[in-house]
Design a binder for this molecule. Structure first.
Ligand code: GN1
Ligand code: MG
Length: 365
């Protein structure tokens, strides 16, 4: 694996001589490496990634979105954060062709980013303040992109948060049940079916014109924020592959899903899995402070529902993947996707049971 990274790295406009290249991070989707260069005694680090093309069918369109989005952010940050704008947005590195991607001999697509120095990332929440910081970072990301000029961004994965379609895909997986795994997941399947009325609610509100389409991140989980290693400030939002037109509530939902409870996505002890109200308060407070005046009253009134919907949707995705034999999400052990689904459905249940109280928290912010 490392060999293919070694072969492609020279295709990008880096600085100096390559010192080292090694696998990096904990993403489920792409293959990621850290490449270290040295020039005149100075170390330059870069993130190199091979696209997962079974998921992202058209990497050039993904990079087209990302370059537009990061250029827009950079222009804003240069005036609002003149001393530290470089660390507050991703910066794609061009290949020698001038494109922001390169293809290897097998036709696979690769891309490179400048490494953000002095940052820290977390697989789960370690301090309540991180919930506020991350949510503010995602909120201000949305606010800064509110005036992204036309045309509309490409939908890099069509129907990414189309929950009714996710439900249909889940039902199809269940009908095929190719590995006879459904019998291992009876309570989870029952929950998925019982709660199916969750699926269409946000799209219905959007179709009625009650909530607007915006530029959204669509994968706003804790692992996708870089925090300043010293101050803990939420510095930079990363993983921009699914930045597309979407609903703000999807992003808030993913924050509640990944930061409303400080456990890993495959936590086995479900007693530990529930939405913590103080964390939810931090998330809502951080998000509203970052997104500023951008959110409408109807969006604010439906924050909890965004969380319910995204946890439910993510549970359907993990459970469907488990039933199909884990073709989508990388797993480290058998049954990991089932465990991940259980966590999501437990969070969904916890949100439903505490809906009024959680909304009350938002109402007094
Ligand atoms: C995937 O990109 P990564 O590995 O951080 C997935 C998200 C899920 C998430 C679950 C393109 O995120 O939608 O929410 O796993 N990304 C894609 O943790 O499917
Ligand atoms: Mg992602």
């Amino acid at each position: 694996m490392r060999l293919e990274a070694l072969k492609i790295v020279e295709q990008f406009q880096t600085r100096g001589t390559l010192q080292n290249i090694e696998p990096y991070g904990s993403g489920f989707i792409h293959d990621t490496y850290l490449a270290v260069f040295i020039s005149g005694g100075v170390i330059y680090r870069f993130i190199l990634q091979k696209f997962n093309r079974s998921i992202f069918k058209q990497p050039p369109l993904v990079m087209d979105n990302i370059v537009r989005v990061t250029d827009h952010l950079r222009e804003k940050l240069k005036s609002t954060q003149p001393d530290d704008w470089q660390r507050r947005t991703l910066s794609p590195v061009p290949a020698s062709s001038g494109f922001f991607y390169s293809r290897d001999a097998e036709g696979e697509y690769w891309r490179m980013y400048e490494f953000i120095e002095g940052g820290a990332t977390f697989d789960k929440l370690e301090k309540p303040q991180q919930a506020f910081e991350a949510a503010r970072a995602f909120g201000s990301f949305q606010a800064m992109l509110a005036d992204l000029p036309a045309p509309r961004l490409h939908e890099t994965i069509p129907d990414f948060h189309n929950t009714p379609k996710r439900l249909r895909d889940f039902q199809k997986a269940l009908e095929t049940d190719p590995l006879n795994r459904a019998k291992e997941a009876k309570p989870e399947i029952q929950f998925a079916i019982e709660q199916e009325s969750i699926a269409p609610v946000l799209l219905d509100l959007h179709e009625k014109g009650e909530i607007p389409e915006r530029v959204t991140h669509n994968d706003s989980k804790i692992t996708n924020v870089i925090f300043d290693a010293d101050s803990g400030e939420g510095l930079c939002v990363i993983d921009l592959d699914t930045v597309t037109p979407g609903l703000s509530l999807y992003d808030f939902g993913d924050m509640a899903r990944s930061m409303g409870c400080p456990v890993l996505e495959d936590e086995e002890d479900l007693d530990k899995v529930y939405i913590h109200q103080p964390l939810y308060r931090h998330l809502a407070g951080g998000y509203l402070s970052g997104a500023g005046e951008a959110l409408t009253k109807t969006e604010k009134e439906n924050l909890v529902f965004g969380a319910i919907l995204i946890c439910y949707e993510q549970g359907l995705r993990f459970l469907g993947d488990y039933i199909l034999g884990d073709p989508y999400y990388k797993t480290k052990y058998p049954g990991e996707n089932l465990r991940r689904a259980r966590v999501q459905f437990k969070l969904t249940r916890s949100l439903i049971e505490n809906k009024e109280e959680l909304q009350g928290i938002v109402n007094i912010l």
